[in-house]
Ligand binder design. Sequence first.
Ligand code: UD1
Ligand code: CA
Length: 449
Amino acid sequence: MSIALVILAAGKGTRMESDLPKVLHKIGGAPLLHHAMLSASALEPERTIVVTGHGADLVEAAALEFDADAIAVRQDEQLGTAHAVKQAKDALDGFEGDMIMLYGDTPFITTDTLEAMIAARTTHDVVVLGFKAADPARYGRLIMDDTGLTRIVEYKDASDAEREVTLCNSGVMCADAATFMDLVSAVGNDNAAGEYYATDIVGIAKARGLKATAVTCDEAETLGINSRLELASAEALFQQSKRRELIEDGVMMQAPDTVFLSFDTIIGRDAEIEPNVVFAPGVTVESNARIRAFSHLEGAHVSRGATVGPFARLRPGAELAEDVHIGNFVEIKNASIDEGAKVNHLTYIGDAQIGARTNIGAGTITCNYDGVMKHKTIIGRDTFIGSNTMLVAPVTVGHEAMTATATTVTKDVPDGAMAISRAEQNNKPGFARKLFSILRAKKAKQAKG
Ligand code: UD1
Ligand code: CA
């Protein structure tokens, strides 16, 4: 069965109190829209159509970033969810199969739930995803009888008896695409809100002798985001479930509540994550690696047996080979560090390549930026970089080479050579004692007068 997705993302999201369109607010480092697209992408949809309106340019760009084949359609005026679905008509031209309507602000719907809806389609024309609400509040209510789902009534239009119903509408609906579009075109706006409600298609289907039913899921799955408080709660839920998933897969965390993960964080079995570590998007940590406390990682790859931190920062393009050691107050950006190399203290390595087993001394800096352009530093294997070496890029230090402490390297260093570029030391006998007494006398005079 071919599947088309229609994701509604035109709403303003007034209650977010934000200039950013609602669906672009992030959970686990990814926009809400991507979460909605992600769970549905496992169904391998033939077409993915995103309905945009408020902040359309930004939302379209985000849709295309997730799926270059996504089709964005505009809803210039937000006249309701049925009106939004109608905008997908041309984009569905020639498509045959089932259509699933989803909301861009509802990030946690699972693939299993969508599959259950598709399965229910074999016996019903329209399938709606419902949930038992702990607090039904203003959700649309699913009105059932022994023939199945008869209609959906919006809270504003519901009678007192209907408001007692706790089975609520999540917003996700599935039907044959042609049928769906046909039903939607019959929806009017004669209701309390004066809007075209997509939910009306159930009653219309029923009147036409079609069969509708509800598939239910856990309330947590249908959580929609309308405010920053809801966004924060959703983030907390996401973090909990992502931590749980990793721990169940064999990751060691002493204080899981202090570890922050992204939607795409991958951590191998027996890796150890100490407290207070942040994983921004794009991080892979292999088995048996150890990420020590208070480290921040983004767009980085940490291989087996490597150690990072405490207090380390891995920025995009940090590529650590097996058994690499990155220590405290070290920043690595766009650099590959080969097997067994050590960068242990107070160092910046950017736009660089460090060979196997090389040791980078404390306070070393790759001076990669000249104020306009970035340049590369290449250091060979089994080399020793003395403390406080400044490597002025572009520059290459060979294999089995050395730099003396406090050297400023401006020229390439050949294999096996030692670079030293500091002024010779000159000791002045007695000079320190003399200077101390002059300074102390001066201070005493100032204190008196
Ligand atoms: C909707 C459902 C309600 C359900 C609830 C679940 C309708 C009429 N009601 O109500 O039964 O319980 O979701 O959260 O569908 N959108 C557009 N264009 C529009 C209007 C909305 O793209 O013209 C988008 C919004 O951006 C949002 C989604 O559709 O992503 C839902 O719209 P919203 O206004 O939040 O619907 P609710 O009133 O919450
Ligand atoms: Ca809503």
